[in-house]
Ligand binder design. Structure first.
Ligand code: ATP
Length: 297
């Protein structure tokens, strides 16, 4: 059975500073949800509350509609911000050990470890001490550690930081497998390009307040004005004088511009055609970076 993870009305303060304010969102089963926000926005605090490392002052965290219990959380995979592997253990020993802590017997823990180290590309380095591994390889070990007990929910704090692009692809593939198997997967990241490529759903937080949440397409539809690219045969500078147009970029014959919601983009196309050939005219999807700027400003 697949179950969504939900936060409802979660508040948390440190001293007299409230760092989470009525935080509510859902991490759907079978989907990868990217959790993005600036430094100090509240991502790590939220994830710690999901995992029960911190208690909320108010609000509820539920899984499949029932408030999370300590027992439920044993079936979660967590990659904390403070990485905390034992430097004097080998990757294989460490991951096996964590499998044992989660209740696997010795043979099952070894099997799961071998399979995961292979999967994250660490099989050849599995018997090296963690402290001798590159940061990227330590990170791979950390991912394996979060997954060794075949968790039903994944919560990962910055799983891609320090990974080269190939390693990012490997880890993405591993996480995607878990989502496809029905797990809700929540991960935070500063790398908006990675989040954009990878997540199904997004949650954007700023100053402890959820500013936007939904699928990428919903956010695009909701939070951005219509944007178009026009390529003509000669200089496109005249576009800036068309009614409603806000020029975003102009590079000779190519212009990118915004129109107010509901404006008729065809009138700009007609104006272009009246001047000569049109090489391209298309709507441009806003990037996650633009959406992020818009909702957090
Ligand atoms: N144990 C703590 N005691 C006091 N303040 C804290 C504590 N943990 C977090 N904070 C504060 O709460 C706010 C939210 O921090 P949090 O680590 O959740 O943000 P974040 O979005 O994960 O940021 P980053 O991307 O930098 O990790 C910050 O202002 C931080 O200084």
């Amino acid at each position: 059975m697949t179950r969504a993870l939900r936060l409802d009305g979660v508040d948390r303060s440190f001293g007299d500073r409230q760092v989470l304010k009525n935080v509510s969102f859902e991490v759907a089963a079978g989907r990868m949800t990217g959790f993005v926000g600036a430094n100090g926005a509240g991502k790590t605090t939220t994830m710690r509350i999901i995992l029960g490392v911190l208690a909320p002052d108010a609000g509820d965290v539920s899984w499949g509609g029932a408030t999370l219990t300590r027992q439920d959380r044993r079936r979660f995979g967590y990659m904390p911000e403070e990485r905390g592997l034992y430097p004097k253990m080998t990757a294989r020993e460490q991951v096996t050990y964590l499998g044992r802590l989660h209740g696997l017997d010795a043979a099952a823990a070894r099997r799961a470890t071998d399979a995961l180290l292979e999967r994250v590309g660490l099989a050849e380095r599995g018997d090296d001490l963690l402290e001798t591994l590159s940061l990227g390889n330590q990170q791979r070990a950390q991912i394996a550690a979060a997954l060794v007990h075949d968790p039903e929910v994944l919560v990962l704090d910055e799983p891609f930081s320090g990974l080269d692009p190939l390693a990012v692809d490997t880890v993405v593939a591993v996480l995607r497998e878990r989502a496809t198997a029905g797990a809700p997967v929540l991960f935070s990241s500063h790398q908006l390009d990675v989040v954009e490529r990878l997540c199904d759903d997004l949650v954007i937080i700023a100053d402890g307040v959820i500013r936007a949440a939904g699928s990428r397409q919903q956010l695009r539809d909701t939070y951005t004005v219509p944007r178009y690219e026009l390529v003509v045969a000669t200089d496109a500078g005249w576009v800036r004088d068309e009614p409603g147009v806000t020029l975003v970029e102009l590079d000779g014959a190519r212009a990118v511009f915004d129109l107010p919601a509901g404006a008729d983009e065809q009138s700009v196309l007609h104006a272009a055609l009246a001047r000569g050939p049109v090489r391209a005219f298309r709507p441009v999807s806003p990037s996650l970076t633009e959406i992020f700027r818009e909702v957090t400003q």
